[in-house]
Ligand binder design. Structure first.
Ligand code: NAD
Length: 497
């Protein structure tokens, strides 16, 4: 059984602790590796390496830094298939979907390749007589990223290329459920010519996270994961005086108005609810449907749900793989059961789903639950599984009220043929990312990603322009070079002359 290690100072390093934990293939339910869980001493070692590397990396000429990022981009593209297979094996998602995740991460690398342009400052000539003012941004130092299981490549790539491009050095604490992709990325960074110590990985759980949060030499923390942990990370790291961005969980509503193209909406809802077994922070887990089309929509959605091909993510034709763990399967099936008890209507029930040849896999079938009310447990909880609730509403105004009453505000979508309705929707919903006839509106890499309310703690959205800002701090220089004869007496009052 292979032991998954850290990556510190440019090489694999075994955990200094005794604790290990199994890593599973969720499709077979079999243990495929063991993960050495890190300790505070391992964090110390990684941060020390990153702090030393910072001295040289932060002084690297911008063009040389960009050259490393360009090479990393090429390697990532060339290795997409292998990386996607690795992700599918530990996460369970379909290989083509895992390749899509690599592709979305790649876009962030491409954005970061523009770092010489992105780090250009601003200049005001002759701000006062003989005085010029200019501003520029500098890296923070050692920064850390703590990431969730559901995107083991994309989310680390929301953070590390941005942090590294801006001159910081980086310590990644990946999810303990699917840790191998982090080491694959570390190897690619090294092959791209990144100096040792600039990108490090410390595997582990809360012990490692807490050591990062309390480490004096960690300047900033980026977190993506569930809301309770995001709140904890934000509060703890902020109290330690660190800069923090902490992205949390979600409950994303897809509104279908009566004037929508129903078949198009159903196609999108099916993919957005059941793709990656619903384990996406931008998955649509609630369809909010105008009464007059609700019966027709539920019928079409149920037919689509029944047609989803559920099997191991590496099998040809697979639409959807298993969920991440046996515990997740049990929890999701419990929430489906609660819907029935709360009085909702189970139209397609994915409990007890088995896949021939994969009888021990952690599979839950696509599930459609109609007549869900906001008071129901299945609505209140983030299910994070292949389950879509249908909430029936009288029209757009009620749909917006439902969304705004929900504590989360990550993503939402509206399906309509009315520009006026779409505009009202985009202006009125209290949600960070909005799709109009687009089901999973993950912003492209040159915008930034982030939700509102309980979906994000801290000021900053992630990657894109806000990512550049998060990983740097500004300096403003006010400069005068007077000729000898122009020297005046010191002035004791403020003046713009
Ligand atoms: P999680 O919160 O359980 O874990 C995230 C990270 O926090 C992991 O690295 C984990 O090791 C660490 N962690 C877990 N418990 C901890 C504790 N008690 N103390 C300190 N650290 C701890 O999340 P997950 O199950 O890996 O991922 C799924 C969640 O992530 C969902 O809620 C999903 O919505 C959310 N998510 C959000 C976004 C977004 O952009 N907003 C993106 C992806 C995933």
């Amino acid at each position: 059984m292979s032991l998954i290690t850290h990556w510190i100072d440019g090489k694999p390093v075994e955990s200094s602790g005794e604790r290990t934990q199994p890593v599973f293939n969720p499709a077979t339910g079999a243990e495929i590796a063991r993960l050495g869980l890190g300790t505070a001493a391992d964090v110390d070692r990684a941060v020390a390496s990153a702090a030393e590397a910072f001295e040289a990396w932060s002084r690297y000429p911008l063009g040389k830094r960009a050259a490393v990022l360009f090479r990393f981009r090429e390697l990532l593209a060339a290795n997409t298939d292998e990386l996607a297979r690795l992700v599918s094996r530990e996460h369970g998602k379909v290989v083509s979907d895992a390749a899509g995740e690599v592709g979305r991460g790649l876009e962030v690398v491409e954005f970061a390749c523009g770092l010489p342009h992105l780090l250009k400052g601003e200049y005001s000539e002759q701000a006062a007589t003989g005085v010029d003012v200019f501003s520029f941004r500098e890296p923070l130092g050692v920064v850390a990223g703590i990431t969730p299981f559901n995107f083991p490549v994309m989310v680390p790539l929301w953070m590390s290329p941005m942090a590294i491009a801006t001159g910081n050095t980086f310590v990644l604490k990946p999810s303990e459920r699917d840790p191998s992709a982090s080491l694959f990325l570390a190897d690619l960074w090294q092959k791209a010519g990144l100096p040792d110590g600039v990108f490090n990985v410390v595997q582990g759980d809360k012990e490692v996270v807490d050591a990062i949060l309390h480490h004096d030499d960690v300047a900033a923390v980026s977190f993506v994961g569930s809301t309770p942990i995001a709140k904890y990370i934000h509060a703890t790291a902020s109290a330690e005086g660190k800069r923090v961005q902490a992205l949390g969980g979600a409950k994303n509503h897809g509104v279908v108005l009566a004037d929508a193209d129903l078949d198009d909406a159903v196609n999108h809802l099916t993919a957005a609810a059941f793709g990656a077994a619903g384990e996406r922070c931008m998955a649509i887990s609630v369809a909010v449907v105008e009464d007059s089309v609700a019966d027709a929509l539920v019928e079409k959605l149920a037919a689509k749900a029944r047609a989803v091909k559920v099997t191991s993510g590496d099998q040809p034709g697979a639409d959807m793989g298993p969920v991440i763990t046996a515990a997740a399967k049990e929890r999701i099936e419990g929430l489906i059961g609660s819907a029935e008890r709360d009085g909702a209507e189970l139209v397609v029930d994915g409990r007890g789903h088995t896949v021939p040849g994969y009888e021990n896999g952690f599979f839950v079938g696509p599930t459609v639950i109609d007549r869900v009310a906001p008071a129901h447990e299945v609505y209140r909880e983030e299910v994070f599984g292949p389950v879509i609730d249908v909430v029936r509403v009288s029209g757009l105004a009620e749909a917006i009220d439902v969304i705004n009453a929900n504590p989360y505000g990550n993503g939402t979508a509206v399906f309509t043929s009315s520009g006026e309705s779409a505009r009202t929707f985009q202006r009125e919903v209290k949600v960070g990312m909005i799709g109009v006839n687009v089901p999973i509106p993950v912003p492209v890499a040159w915008h930034s990603f982030g939700g509102w309310k309980d979906s994000l703690f801290g000021e900053s959205h992630i990657y894109g322009p806000e990512g550049i800002k998060f990983y740097t701090r500004g300096k403003v220089v006010t400069q005068r070079w007077p000729h000898r004869e122009q020297r005046a007496d010191a002035s004791f009052h403020f003046s713009g002359d």
